[in-house]
Design a protein around this ligand. Structure first.
Ligand SMILES: C[S@@+](CC[C@H](N)C(=O)[O-])C[C@H]1O[C@@H](n2cnc3c(N)ncnc32)[C@H](O)[C@@H]1O
Length: 214
C-alpha cells in the first residue's frame, strides 16, 4: 500500500469538535459510559470469517474490541484501530495480549497502518461520503488472497437514529471500488439476529469480497 496521505486537508477542516466523526466526539461518547457496546462478537464476522484461514487482520473502528478478541481467539494476528483513545485504552485493558495491537488512528486522516492484509474488517464504521478515498485505501490494503468485510446497519435503523445513511460510505460503495481481481462472496441484507442500537438495528448490510491470489 502506498504510504502517502491521499486525504485532502479540507476534510479535517470541515469536521467540528462535536461531530460524531471526530476523536473528541467519540472520546466523549465512550467516556459517558463504562461500556458502550456488548462484549459479543458481531454476527456477520462469525458468519463470514469462521471458515477463513487465519492470518493478519485489520479491524477498523474496533471500539471496545469484541471482534478483535474473537479473531485473536481463532489465531488471527490483529491490528485493531480506533479514532478514540478512550476506546483503545479500554479495549487494551480488557485484553492486553500481544497478538492484538491496539492502535489509536484516524483512518480518514492517517495512512492505513498495514499492507498485504489478509482480512480488513469494518463494522458500523461511519466514513462520510466525502472521504471515499479512505475506503479506497482500505481496499488497497488487502493483499492477494485476502478478504474485505464491510458491514453496515440497514438504512431504516440508521434513519431511526436521525442519521442519513446516504451521507456515509455504504457496502455498495465499497463494492463499486473493487476491480476484476475481486470476487464477491456475500452481498446481501440479512437479519442481525440480535438487534442493536436500542432495537433499531435489526438488519445488517453485508459485503464480503476476496481478492484473488496472484
Ligand atoms: C459504531 S462504533 C462500532 C464499534 C465496533 N466496530 C463494534 O461493532 O462494536 C464505530 C467506531 O468507529 C470509530 N471511528 C469513527 N471514526 C473513525 C475514524 N475516522 N478512524 C478510526 N475509527 C473511527 C469510533 O470511535 C467507534 O469506535
Amino acid at each position: 500500500m502506498a504510504t502517502e496521505n491521499h486525504r485532502p486537508d479540507t476534510v479535517t477542516q470541515t469536521r467540528q469538535p462535536n461531530d460524531p466523526g471526530t476523536a473528541e466526539g467519540w472520546d466523549a461518547r465512550y467516556s459517558s459510559a463504562g461500556r458502550l457496546w456488548t462484549s459479543d462478537v458481531n454476527p456477520a464476522l462469525v458468519a463470514e470469517v469462521s471458515d477463513v484461514d487465519p492470518g493478519n487482520a485489520l479491524d477498523v473502528g474496533s471500539g471496545e474490541g469484541a471482534d478483535a478478541r474473537w479473531l485473536a481467539d481463532r489465531g488471527w494476528k490483529v491490528t485493531a484501530l480506533d479514532i478514540s483513545q478512550v476506546a483503545v485504552d479500554r479495549a487494551r485493558e480488557i485484553d492486553p495480549r500481544p497478538s492484538i495491537t491496539w492502535l489509536r488512528a484516524d483512518v480518514i486522516a492517517d495512512d492505513v497502518p498495514a499492507t498485504d492484509v489478509d482480512l480488513v474488517t469494518l463494522h458500523y464504521f461511519p466514513i462520510p461520503k466525502a472521504n471515499l478515498d479512505a475506503a479506497r485505501r482500505l481496499v488497497d490494503a488487502v493483499g492477494p488472497g485476502g478478504s474485505l468485510l464491510v458491514v453496515a446497519h440497514a438504512p431504516e435503523g440508521v434513519r431511526a437514529h436521525g442519521f442519513d445513511p446516504e451521507a456515509y460510505v455504504q457496502p455498495r460503495d465499497f463494492a463499486d471500488l473493487l476491480g476484476d481481481e475481486w470476487e464477491i462472496v456475500t452481498d446481501e441484507t440479512r437479519e442481525r439476529g440480535r438487534a442493536a442500537g436500542g432495537g433499531h438495528h435489526t438488519h445488517d448490510v453485508v459485503l464480503c469480497a476476496r481478492r484473488r491470489a496472484d
